[in-house]
Ligand binder design. Structure first.
Ligand code: ZN
Length: 160
């Protein structure tokens, strides 16, 4: 069976950036399982998965626009240190959830000075090319229920 709409595929992946650093990998864990055509994985990878079958191994380089998006400089902001009242230690790399008129925003602290904290609302991988090494382990037909829900149901986790 080939990966197409209304199929569920499982695959192992190793994700590296252009510097060759491994950012994430499923090796040593269960493979990732997703419903194809439902936007459950980044668009560039989903596109590259189409037509593959169990046992296929390949590499794909996903551009930022088909990955986690471009890096938007306007999402990087300097916030007064006083806005973090009640937080004892603030260090680069810490993540916060901020409520704004536009809704909930996840931000990462990138710089801390005595008076200001620089936060970045971009996805940590925004602007990065994503280099995936993929091995497809299984492809099966999706159930009607999975297609209706837009996601995969695993054994024992149908709790909604
Ligand atoms: Zn469901």
């Amino acid at each position: 069976m080939q990966i197409a709409a209304r199929t569920v595929a499982s695959f192992h992946y190793t994700l590296t950036n252009d510097a060759g650093e491994v950012l994430d990998s499923s090796r040593g864990r269960e493979p990732l399982t997703y419903l194809h055509g439902a936007g459950n994985i980044v668009p560039g990878l989903e596109k590259a998965m189409a037509g593959r079958g169990a046992g296929d191994a390949f590499q794909v380089r996903v551009v930022p626009e088909e990955g986690y998006g471009a890096h938007h400089p306007q999402l990087v902001q300097d916030v007064p240190r006083a806005a973090f009242a009640g937080v004892d230690t603030i260090e680069p790399g810490m993540q916060f959830t901020a409520r704004s008129p536009e809704g909930v925003q996840h931000v990462t602290v990138t710089r801390v000075t005595a008076d200001t904290v620089t936060v970045d609302g971009n996805h940590p991988l925004a602007g990065e090319h994503l280099n995936f090494a993929i091995e497809v382990t299984e492809v099966r037909a999706a159930s009607d229920e999975e297609v209706a829900h837009g996601h995969v149901h695993g054994p024992g986790d149908h709790h909604h």
